[in-house]
Design a protein around this ligand. Structure first.
Ligand SMILES: [Zn+2]
Length: 449
């Protein structure tokens, strides 16, 4: 193997995922899917760049169970093996350090979720259709990828399905062509995208446009927002998501310009434990509707991930609180803005809940087992609140906007946030970061606003 010495680090929580010896900058995926037989036939074309060492061999993640139809690197057949979810590829000729190369993989099979401690991840067959929810390591359930959140790439995804279905992929729909009884939907996502945030939703949906206020100053405003909803639930949807356009405006005020070209929401015709974010998109379940806005905090949470997690992405999964803490805090900010409980009140509630639970969670490195623990969300929101109290109103909101602008489409760590936030105050913030992020004990509730 080329990467024995000075190997770039693999993910501490998922050492088997991804290959740090090269970077992908573009994926072109063409997938044909038959819902009745759950049959997927795919071609993935990757444009990539070798790392600092010559690359004799590299790996893609692709779930076991797919049958490979061939692997071509730079136009030549490559040697490959596919075992335990790793597709090891040896190009006919080793790749020079820093060399650009292309890889093409053809594969077929019956996609199914990848098993994990959180249940199945990735491609999921529904009663009538399919959806993808990959966080954190489910992407290889449907396409070969360098499955690390930091290896962000642009995507073109073409999905062919029976014409009676609607296919939604985050990004701009650039073509839709029908041949015989099949329709091919081609979506383009030019923004750098983590592999786990690439999604597909296939179902029988009615599309609706959510419209916000037009801006005289910016023709890109309001951000185009489309929803895909089972037709019978449109009225409920209208209430439950009725304030999303205002939410978008509010978040643009607070977090800066929306980082993608559009935002799509799918309500899958299925109950989902939790909604899931994807690039420029989010997927909810029928249980998140009800006509009484009972899930509005989740509407805010998923929208906020477009800034926190999707645009500003984590270097590896240890830093997951940067996604979830800010998304949680966005729920509280929206509540306050919409005339509900204030962020301070939400923080006090979260604190009370946390104080009753075990104090064994280190926010900046929770470990794989606790990375999606409820406490990580609540304490993450509180850590952001602690920064607000420490910085004061003006500096805090300048800090947040600066964070999303400076790191737009980039990759960050907890240390990046500490260094960033420190620029907004003369007072040392080390104590705040130590108490809330590095020390598992629960510090006192931050007050002073
Ligand atoms: Zn979240």
């Amino acid at each position: 193997m080329s990467h024995k010495q000075a190997a770039p680090a693999t993910d501490p929580y998922f050492p088997a995922s991804g290959d740090p010896c090269y970077r992908v900058h573009r994926y072109e995926l063409a997938v044909d899917y038959r819902p009745v037989s759950n049959r997927l036939k795919g071609t993935a074309r990757l444009s990539a760049v070798a790392g600092r060492d010559p690359l004799r061999e590299f790996c893609l993640d692709l779930a076991a169970g797919f049958r490979l139809g061939g692997v071509v690197v730079d136009g030549r057949d490559a040697h490959w093996t596919h075992r335990a979810g790793k597709l090891r590829i040896r190009p006919a000729k080793p790749l020079e350090p820093g060399a650009a190369f292309t890889a093409e993989v053809r594969y077929t099979g019956n996609p199914k979720p990848v098993g994990s401690q959180w249940g199945g991840l990735g491609w999921e067959e529904l009663t009538d259709g399919a959806l993808v929810a990959s966080q954190p390591v489910g992407a290889p359930s449907w396409y070969p990828c360098n499955d690390r959140p930091a290896d962000k790439a642009s995507y073109q995804v073409a999905v062919t399905a029976p014409s009676s279905y609607t296919v939604v992929v985050g990004g701009r729909l650039i073509a839709r062509t029908t041949r015989a009884s099949s329709t091919t939907w081609v979506y383009e996502q030019p923004a750098p995208t983590s592999s786990y945030l690439v999604t597909v939703s296939i179902g029988r949906y009615q599309s609706v446009r959510l419209t916000g206020r037009a801006s005289r100053f910016d023709p890109r405003r309001p951000v185009p927002q489309t929803a895909y909803v089972p037709a019978r639930l449109l009225a409920e949807f209208g209430t439950d998501f009725g304030r999303q356009p205002q939410m978008m405006e509010f978040f643009e005020d607070v977090f800066g310009a929306y980082p993608f070209e559009e935002y799509a929401v799918v309500v899958a015709d299925e109950e989902l434990d939790v909604p899931v974010e994807a690039q420029g998109m989010a997927t909810f379940g029928v249980n998140h509707l009800g006509g009484r806005r009972h899930s509005e905090r989740l509407v805010a949470h998923e929208l906020a991930h477009q800034w926190f997690g999707n645009s500003v992405s984590i270097a590896d999964w240890r830093h997951i609180w940067l996604n979830e803490g800010f998304a949680k805090y966005a729920e509280w900010l929206w509540s306050e803005h919409a005339g509900g409980a204030t962020a301070t009140e939400h923080a006090a509630d979260a604190y009370t809940r946390l104080a009753r639970q075990r104090q064994d969670l280190r926010l900046d490195d929770p470990g794989r087992r606790l990375m999606f623990d409820d406490r990580l969300y609540e304490r993450g929101g509180l850590a952001v609140h602690a920064l607000r109290v420490a910085l004061g109103e003006g500096a805090f909101f300048r800090m947040i906007k600066g964070w999303t602008v400076i790191h737009r489409h980039g990759v960050v760590t907890t240390d990046s946030l500490a260094a960033h936030a420190q620029q907004y105050t003369m007072l040392p913030l080390d104590g705040v970061f130590e108490a809330w992020l590095r020390n598992p004990a629960l510090p006192p509730l931050p007050t002073g606003r």
